[in-house]
Design a protein around this ligand. Structure first.
Ligand code: SOE
Length: 386
């Protein structure tokens, strides 16, 4: 029997749209017990949230999130608002017994994240963080390749996350999507916004990171603040690079910037092991590249003049999530990663096995981010607790 799941969406920006689209579409493609209902959305700006509600088909709207959480007709609170709101909303929503879906990164700091984990676990409410890239079919296939033992002993993990939208000095900080440049609202720059994705993927594929050493740079030191109208110091990291050692003994390099001219959302990784390698590039998202050096079961070396990288078009029914979409060869896109993630969350409600990353799992990503920023400050290696 179908169970309606009444959604209370906070925020109407990029993520408010991506999540709302997922709520609207998931039941059409995944046969699941729980069916999201767009009950209410919420933001301070009444004109904007009214328009958002009408556009996406929310039955009602609020301008104060406390009121949204107090409503009996809301089952799920979705936090799509800026990072500095995640803690307070989570504490209130957990106390009210709501399920919580939170946009990444979990929190501004580990200290905040710990309070959030304690709150959802004490309340016993289902929770998940929207690290949507785990649900790119090619990345989920990489996970399958690793789990099948096809990489063997891992040696190297190499991640880049490059963009170029903040190069101009007249891009202000604060307001709309530009809160990402305001450290008081975002917590950090590329570390929390972009590397958090790379770290989540890396730890999912290659296990926990144990220690890091990092360097950051802020290229534009002052920017006009939209809210105060004044030119103010920039507190975020514009670029960050770090070296990592994984618990499994492999080494990692991570690079992220918003100053890589020509790179828009260049999120890549490569994992090299004794028996094989995988490579992924989000600007070519339908493909997973795989190099097979040895048989995963026997360890027997594959020889011959046609040995080489395979570029697998991840659109077949046997590929992760793809049996829910179109026919082989027909691709899905960015928005589907959120629909796939939501489907996993709903499935978890049915099976009782929490969809990952839940808040506790995402807290580990936060620990790595905080360690990276601490290392960039001190210049020393920083250990990350298990
Ligand atoms: C930043 O530009 C951003 O929108 C991130 O906030 C998202 O998490 C990332 O997926 C795309 O880039």
């Amino acid at each position: 029997m179908s169970k309606p799941l009444r959604i209370g969406m906070i925020g109407y920006g990029f993520m408010g749209r991506a999540h709302s689209n997922a709520y609207r579409q998931v039941s059409q493609f995944f046969k699941l017990e729980h069916k999201p209902v767009l009950e209410a959305c919420c933001a301070r700006n009444e004109a904007k949230i009214k328009e958002f509600a009408a556009n996406w088909g929310y039955a009602s709207y609020e301008t104060d999130w406390h009121k949204l959480i107090a409503r009996d007709d809301i089952d799920v609170i979705d936090i799509g608002s800026p990072n500095n709101t995640h803690l307070e909303i989570t504490l209130a929503a957990a106390k009210a017994g709501k399920m919580i879906l939170c946009e990444k990164p979990l929190a501004m700091t580990v200290a905040e994240g710990e309070q959030m984990v304690a709150a959802v676990e004490k309340a016993g409410v289902p929770n998940m963080v929207w690290y949507n890239y785990r649900r790119v079919p090619a990345i989920a296939l990489a996970k399958q390749v690793v789990d099948e033992g096809r990489i063997g002993r891992p040696f190297h993990y190499r991640a880049t996350y490059l963009q170029d939208w903040t190069i101009a000095e007249d891009v202000p900080q604060g307001g709309a999507a530009l809160w990402r440049l305001d450290v008081a609202v975002a917590g950090s720059g590329v570390t929390g916004d972009l590397l958090a994705h790379s770290i989540d993927t890396a730890e999912w594929l290659n296990g926990p990171i144990r220690r890091v050493t990092a360097a950051t740079e802020t290229f534009v030191k002052e920017r006009k603040h939209v809210e105060t109208g004044k030119v103010q110091p920039v507190g975020i990291d514009d670029a960050c690079m770090f070296l990592a050692q994984f618990a499994n003994g492999s080494m990692g390099t991570f690079e992220s910037t918003r100053y890589a001219r020509g790179r828009k959302n260049f999120n890549t990784f490569e994992l090299n092991g004794e028996r094989g390698s995988v490579y992924f590039d989000l600007e070519d998202p339908q493909y997973l590249q795989y190099f097979k050096y040895a048989d995963p079961k026997t360890g027997q070396k594959i020889e011959g003049h046609l040995t080489g990288w395979q570029k697998v078009h991840v659109t077949n029914g046997e590929h992760p999530y793809m049996d829910k979409w179109w026919v082989p060869g027909c691709t899905i896109g960015y928005e589907h990663t959120f629909i796939n993630a939501l489907a996993d969350f709903l499935q978890g409600l049915e099976t009782g096995e929490a969809a990952q990353p839940d808040f506790r799992c995402a807290l580990h990503t936060q620990r790595v981010c905080d360690a990276v920023l601490a290392s960039a400050k001190s210049g020393a290696w920083v250990e990350i607790p298990a």
